[in-house]
Design a protein around this ligand. Sequence first.
Ligand code: SAH
Length: 343
Amino acid sequence: MRNIYDLTLKEFEDYFISNNDKKFRATQIYDYLYKKRETDIDKMSNIGKTTKEMLKKDFDFFKLKIVKKQEDKGVKKYLFELKDKNYIESVVMYHDYGISICVSSQIGCNMGCAFCESGRLKKVRNLESYEIVEQILLVEEDIKTRISHVVIMGIGEPFDNYDNVLRFIKIINEGKGIDIGSRHITISTCGIVPGIEKFMNEEGQVNLAISLHAPNDVIRDKIMMINKAYNIKSLLDTVKKYIQKTNRRVTFEYILLENVNDSNECALELSKLLHGINCYVNLIPYNETENIGFKRTKNEQILKFYDILKKNKINVTIRKEFGSKVDAACGQLRANNSNKEVK
Ligand code: SAH
């Protein structure tokens, strides 16, 4: 049975039409679910009894459960239990421009990036759209504030769950629903080229981030398995096409791993690689995890790396470090969690 939070407005309209009900019921239901945040169908006062019974018969009203919360300056991390007892997580970050949430798109991940905690658990299954939507609804209910920005950068590879992720985006972007502007939504991929090809033909202004993490194939092959399928040239050729088609700037994420991809030579090579591409680079200080041997680059070298990119006219920022105390790197809370009590 489909979950009530799994439908776009258009899908709801089609549902009501095909059940000989009124199309405008879709807007009414959306309003209750996403504006009024009413979870009890019997309290939806302007919906008739027959429609209510039909909805109860056709939809599952299950909500994820928050089973653990961790908090540190400016960051809150949530562990959720799903209907089938699997666990996923979201991270909420407080910025001066608003509040962002980093949502998961799969249970586990098959991309096998060497430095990433999420991939230590192979993909169990894709998340349904509603399971991504509810991460936002439950967190907003908990913090009693509206979230302004959404990044699909939690556990999972969004382009390995393309249809559900795109439906999730449609649901949260809907003006009559949660209404998060597409420019406030970012999808991050490890570089699945066919996904990027498909994504450039979608409507909307959703941001694209690419986890690059290396300036050449020799290094990228070692730390990101996906590079064996889609190497840097094929990735960048597609990104250039994407930029040409959408006229949108792309973000390249670059985790700095000590003695792996953080030398001055790497910075120079990266500058040459990205020269002339409408992009900016987000340098990410690595969040060390107990289970994986990579080390975080020292601050001094992070700054050197930054300076070299800057000098070579690459737009670059260093990601503000959030949540190293709350296991905020992807997959860390779930991986390190043995006690599932809510704190
Ligand atoms: N699969 C997608 C989205 C999930 S990962 C992707 O690869 O983009 C989101 C980002 O977090 C990626 O850039 C990933 O490389 C990075 N990341 C993973 N583990 C990290 C860690 N321990 N410290 C910092 N960033 C990490």
